[in-house]
Write a protein that binds this ligand. Structure first.
Ligand code: ZN
Length: 243
């Protein structure tokens, strides 16, 4: 399972910090990083989410991942939780306020928290600066997503330039899921950690905007009808059809 000796897999030297929410995408991105880097730390943000289920899943997922693979356990270091509740206070979205989902202006759902990924990346870079970590990994994707402009490749590339200029560092931002759809994200999980890891992703991670963990579907827990559940469910179905 280890790929560090595989010449086809580039080794990330000087450490990595993974933006880790406890969801499917960031969990898969964390496994991707653990296969490539021998010093990995994680960072999560409490931005006043209405449902804290995802944050509650974080320690469980981290523990399950280290139990699954001894290489991953040896490489995984500190987890940093950052309090960003002021972000929830200044934004009026259905993720942080008690309002129903709907499509807003410019075709964006009201789950969009303006600037969220820019702020996350700035805080991640500040932690990476302090911890001496060169690589910053985020599970954002512009192939199969809700249209959030701060998930786009150009946004991340611009952010890398801004952070390196503003902090006088040479951070490298990685987005392993940027160009793959949700079916291939499941496939990547399978490739990285086999059946045991995809089962971990299916049963331990959380994506549902409503925080629903009452029913375990074949694609995992969730309400089945919010935008995050729809992406996860449809991707799982397409992956199963391919397998
Ligand atoms: Zn849902």
């Amino acid at each position: 399972m280890t790929s560090l000796m595989n010449p086809e897999v580039p080794i990330l030297q000087d450490g990595a910090l993974v933006l880790f929410s406890g969801g499917q995408d960031s969990t898969t991105s964390l496994a991707w990083t653990l296969e490539r880097c021998d010093r990995v730390e994680t960072i999560g943000f409490d931005y006043g989410q209405r449902h804290l289920v995802e944050l509650d899943c974080r320690p469980t997922v981290l523990e399950a991942m280290t139990a699954l693979n001894s290489d991953w356990r040896a490489r995984l270091g500190e987890d940093h939780m950052v309090d960003l509740r002021s972000l929830g206070q200044v934004s009026n979205t259905s993720l942080t306020q008690d309002v129903a989902f709907q499509m807003g202006e410019a075709g964006l759902p009201n789950t969009f928290v303006p600037g969220r990924n820019l702020i996350f990346l700035a805080f991640a870079a500040a932690v990476a600066y302090r911890r001496g970590l060169k690589h910053i990994v985020t599970g954002v994707c512009e192939t199969d997503y809700s249209g959030y402009p701060d998930c786009r490749d150009d946004t991340i590339k611009a952010m890398q330039v801004a952070l390196n200029l503003g902090m006088e560092r040479r951070f490298v931002l990685h987005t392993p899921l940027m160009w793959i759809d949700k079916a291939r994200t499941w496939e990547l999980a399978q490739h990285l950690g086999g059946d045991a890891f995809t089962e971990l992703v299916r049963t331990q991670t959380h994506s549902c905007y409503l925080g629903d963990r009452s029913v375990l579907h074949d694609w995992g827990y969730g309400c089945g009808s919010c935008p995050a559940c729809e992406l996860r469910r449809d991707g799982y179905a397409r992956w199963q059809a391919l397998a």
